[in-house]
Write a protein that binds this ligand. Structure first.
Ligand SMILES: *[C@@H]1O[C@H](CO)[C@@H](O)[C@H](O)[C@H]1NC(C)=O
Ligand SMILES: *[C@@H]1O[C@H](CO)[C@@H](O)[C@H](O)[C@H]1NC(C)=O
Ligand SMILES: *[C@@H]1O[C@H](CO)[C@@H](O)[C@H](O)[C@H]1NC(C)=O
Ligand SMILES: *[C@@H]1O[C@H](CO)[C@@H](O)[C@H](O)[C@H]1NC(C)=O
Ligand SMILES: *[C@@H]1O[C@H](CO)[C@@H](O)[C@H](O)[C@H]1NC(C)=O
Ligand SMILES: *[C@@H]1O[C@H](CO)[C@@H](O)[C@H](O)[C@H]1NC(C)=O
Ligand SMILES: *[C@@H]1O[C@H](CO)[C@@H](O)[C@H](O)[C@H]1NC(C)=O
Length: 704
């Protein structure tokens, strides 16, 4: 977008701000102080409950197929009970030196809180902390039992972070107690996960005290919100920088977070609104047969997505892609011609890639000879187990390797004619892997997804296709949002579980949006099936599809064992139901376009929790499975099987049930129970929405 326009929007968005100094200090007694930012408590220190501790620990990270078991033994923790403060620079600069008399002067922590200029936030400051003597720091911000905290990147189980710990270490896996992960555990101890394990952690959080805290740390850290009176940031480093921004309300705060990071164009490729992206595999004929089946039943197909375009291998986990990123002519004969022909019919074809190369492929050999792969400590290319096969990882810290991979993406994917691709993986980097220019493996582990994202972005920019080709990515960390425009929620179980099923995909989108990444979607029907114990039902597939209509992107996935799971094309009945949903999604195109544009113009994520719009309504702060899609649609997906009615909380305002022919108006705040038969995901729109005619038209056409 034109930058002056962006500025205009920005100015109107943060208008009427009178800048006064940010920092104030109260010091009731010696060695006791509270530092406020914009009148909200930020740092609260006294000798009984000090703001800072330092110490030492042993830690080890055991990697097993992208799961990391982290064992830490903290054998020393020293509370820095005394802080000498220098407030002579106040109100724009505050300094303190903290220590414990027993360990002084060997161990000291200095920190500086400094007001900064910002056109994104009402007030802004940074806290710079430096340690001497130790490399473990507990830095504590003030809190109370009413404060609520959100963000931390992509979280799947809990939207409100208060009361829990969130480690910042990129990995795969989810909550141990779900039946499926227990099975994984039995085969491979530690390979499950926990409520906080995520592909995309980010040390950023916002508080209902109307400030956001964004940490610059890359090494292992923990956001610890366990204590009712503290927000603690635990880092494995001898320094820490936190950036704070304040705003008049949470919506402006989230706007500032998203605009700050947003370098994405204000639109996604237009082709995505032509229908759903349909996943199929297994060769040219199968792809065309399944596509025809979909078209025969009236499915609106924007793209056919063939993840096995480079070939396939079979492992005990299921059908896997051959990680050697070039057209596999044996499996996909004539694909080049097929892509051209389908494009003429308005149907695109999408591919798949990740940062790894299977050791059996010729591209691995080439990268190995060029020295473009991460190395082991003997200087050889690192060959890592990815579940039944070995692969190397591109060393994106080497500019030559990065360009080589970007060229590969340009030549073999973009120039070949693919209009989208899944940009998978990024979580597995082991700490004994050696890169060319990031000597610290703990930092490199969390950095890799960002480097991977920037490589994909480089390929799009160099080929001039940033507005026509859409990658969708899984892994991330602070910085990934500069490069990618679309995430997806990874590999949910094909079930209804809170920890890793359909509900978790909603929390994922909402938490990402609050962390600075406004566009995401999920695999319709989930992905992970194991040993035939858990398989996808028709009902789950359709419930997931009907809620995805009200997200920025509708895309299916066949899962890791396609033949065991219900698919869009499994029966004519499913095809018919899915066709209706794809047509509703397509009919909503003008609304989708507005929602997507607002991510980069106003900084409002596509999917937002209710509390962002209704901060005065305390009921909304714990609602994590209802969301607003854009500003006019309230979506409350059905999360349980065999459901015919569903209870929905409506915040204040006048609401109309999307599927109600009588257009009855409900006055919020209220909880109501509505019909929610299959195909009619509970959705409400604002009675005064400018989109009401479009919504009514869609209801008239599809209320069947
Ligand atoms: C990992 O750390 C834990 C806790 O300190 C310790 O008990 C365990 O022996 C360590 N394992 C390895 C392989 O070093
Ligand atoms: C704090 O750290 C940031 C980022 O490292 C730096 O830009 C800023 O100058 C530092 N401020 C002070 C007062 O040290
Ligand atoms: C794990 O998931 C189960 C249900 O799937 C849930 O009962 C449990 O509370 C979850 N545990 C954590 C730590 O989130
Ligand atoms: C998190 O905070 C709780 C409560 O203050 C504390 O008991 C726990 O040790 C902290 N965790 C870490 C990793 O420091
Ligand atoms: C969606 O599919 C239907 C049935 O094939 C077709 O009539 C309609 O034109 C399609 N809509 C768009 C926008 O392509
Ligand atoms: C499904 O639909 C196809 C195409 O319309 C038709 O040929 C086929 O007989 C149908 N199958 C069943 C079981 O009805
Ligand atoms: C729910 O469905 C039943 C039966 O189809 C119908 O009689 C009733 O009016 C519906 N209720 C609402 C609130 O739409």
């Amino acid at each position: 977008m034109d930058s002056s326009l962006k500025c205009l929007i920005l100015v109107s968005f943060v208008c009427c701000i009178v800048k006064v100094n940010s920092l104030t200090l109260t010091q009731p007694f010696y060695n006791e102080f509270v530092l406020f930012i914009d009148d909200q408590p930020l740092i609260d220190h006294n000798s009984d409950d000090p703001a800072i501790a330092v110490g030492s620990s042993y830690i080890n990270f055991t990697e097993d197929q992208g799961n990391f078991i982290i064992n830490e033994d903290v054998y020393e923790k020293i509370e820095l009970t005394t802080c000498d403060i220098d407030d002579s620079g106040m109100p724009i600069l505050f300094k303190a030196r903290c220590y414990n008399a027993e360990y002084s002067p060997e161990i000291t922590v200095d920190f500086v809180v400094e007001e900064k200029d910002s056109n994104l936030f009402r007030k802004s400051a940074s806290i710079n902390v430096s340690l001497s003597g130790r490399e473990r720091l507990w830095f504590r911000l003030a809190s109370d039992s009413n404060e609520k905290i959100y963000g931390a990147g992509e979280q799947f189980t809990y939207l409100n972070l208060k009361g829990r710990e969130f480690p910042m270490w990129i990995r795969v896996g989810r909550n141990l107690s779900s039946p499926l992960t227990q099975i994984v555990e039995t085969g491979s101890p530690g390979a499950g996960g926990d409520y906080h394990t995520t592909y995309y952690p980010a040390p950023i959080f916002l508080s209902t005290w109307n400030y956001v805290v964004s940490g610059e740390q890359k090494r292992y850290s923990i956001l610890n919100f366990t204590s009712p009176t503290r927000k603690e940031i635990y880092v494995h480093d001898n320094q820490l920088t936190l950036n704070i921004g304040t705003a008049a309300n949470l919506m402006e705060l989230v706007g500032g977070i998203n605009l700050d990071v947003s370098q994405i164009p204000p639109s996604l490729p237009e082709w995505i609104y032509n229908g759903a992206i349909i996943a199929v595999q297994g060769g040219t004929q199968n792809m065309l047969d399944k596509l025809q089946q979909c078209l025969d039943h009236g499915v609106n197909v924007s793209a056919i997505w063939i993840q096995d375009w480079a070939g396939k291998i079979v492992t005990s986990f299921g059908y896997r892609v051959f990680w050697n990123w070039r057209w596999n002519e044996e499996l996909y004969p004539g694909l080049d011609v097929v892509i051209t022909n389908l494009a003429q019919q308005g149907i695109q074809v999408a591919a798949y890639i990740n940062p790894h190369l299977n050791v059996e492929g010729d591209l691995f050999l080439e990268a190995d000879i060029l020295g473009y792969l991460l190395k082991n400590n003997r200087g050889e290319s690192y060959r890592q187990d990815f579940g039944g096969f070995l692969a190397g990882t591109i060393d994106f810290s080497n500019p030559l390797a990065k360009q080589w991979y970007a060229d590969l993406i340009k030549k073999n994917i973009i120039e070949f004619g693919f209009k989208g691709f899944m940009s998978d993986f990024g979580e597995y980097t082991p700490i004994d892997a050696v890169s060319v220019s990031t000597p610290d493996p703990y930092e490199f582990h969390n950095l890799l997804p960002v480097l991977w994202a920037s490589t994909v972005r480089l390929a799009l920019e160099q080929s001039g296709t940033f507005n026509s080709v859409l990658p969708w990515a899984r892994s991330g960390f602070t910085g990934a949002q500069y490069f990618h425009s679309m995430m997806w929620a990874g590999d949910q179980n094909v079930d209804w579980s809170q920890s890793d099923g359909l509900p978790s995909s909603i929390v994922a989108a909402l938490s990402l949006g609050l962390s600075g990444f406004g566009l995401s979607h999920s695999d319709i029907g989930g992905y992970t099936t194991l040993n035939g114990i858990l398989t996808r039902s028709q009902e789950l597939l359709l419930r997931w599809a009907e809620y995805s209509v009200f997200t920025p992107l509708m895309r299916t996935h066949e899962g890791n064992k396609p033949e065991l799971n219900h698919q869009v094309y499994s029966t004519n009945e499913t095809l018919k139901s899915f066709a209706r949903l794809s047509a509703i999604y397509t009919s909503l195109a003008p609304y989708h376009q507005e929602v997507v544009a607002q991510v980069s113009t106003l900084g409002i994520p596509a999917m937002t929790p209710l509390f962002l719009h209704y901060p005065e309504d305390l009921n909304t702060f714990e609602i994590q499975y209802e969301f607003l899609y854009g500003s006019d649609l309230l979506v409350a997906p059905v999360l349980e099987p065999s459901t015919v009615i569903w209870e929905v909380y409506l915040p204040s305002g006048r609401w109309i049930h999307f599927w109600d022919d009588d257009q009855q108006v409900f006055e919020g705040p209220t909880s109501i129970t509505i019909n929610a038969t299959l195909g009619k995901t509970p959705v409400f729109f604002r009675a005064d929405s400018k989109w009401a005619p479009l919504f009514s038209d869609i209801r008239n056409r599809f209320n069947i």
